[in-house]
Design a protein around this ligand. Structure first.
Ligand SMILES: [Zn+2]
Ligand SMILES: [Zn+2]
Ligand SMILES: [Zn+2]
Length: 141
């Protein structure tokens, strides 16, 4: 599958209209660092997409977020976004703030079960593991 087709597919599955601007934002999110701020997404996407303003990027990200295509993460007081076309959790470096996705979910088995003690029916979760990234580990030795 061509990468542009992948984003068309993501938008269609979420019942969203396919526009060049939405595709530009999704492809920007899928490349480079796992998380990006709205400003950073705009800086990279607007060069390739004519007439893409910062406010438009804000609006599109909000629309993608409510559709579940994009996840919003607040980190150190700043709002970041990542592509959420499939479930993943995050590991965060406490030293430099780098965030990587974890594709192997350790809590998957809880979904759909009733939580002992509270009686809650579990429908999903958000998990942030905290740690020290390889670069910071090397810097410490
Ligand atoms: Zn993520
Ligand atoms: Zn680090
Ligand atoms: Zn998970």
């Amino acid at each position: 599958m061509k990468s542009a087709d992948r984003y068309v597919d993501i938008l269609r599955r979420a019942n969203l209209r396919v526009t060049p601007q939405r595709i530009a934002i999704l492809s920007t999110l899928a490349s480079g660092q796992h998380l990006a701020t709205c400003q950073a997404i705009w800086e990279r996407a607007h060069k390739r997409t004519r007439g893409l303003g910062l406010v438009t990027v804000y609006r599109i990200l909000e629309r993608l977020r409510t559709a579940g295509v994009v996840e919003q993460i607040d980190l150190r007081g700043t709002t970041h976004f990542c592509l959420a076309d499939h479930h993943h959790d995050h590991v965060i470096c406490e030293s430099c703030g780098r965030v990587d996705p974890i594709d192997t979910c350790v809590l998957e088995s809880l979904t759909g079960s009733r939580l002992e003690g509270t009686g809650f029916l579990v429908k999903g979760h958000r998990l942030d593991l905290l740690g020290v990234c390889p670069t910071c580990q090397r810097a410490a030795t």
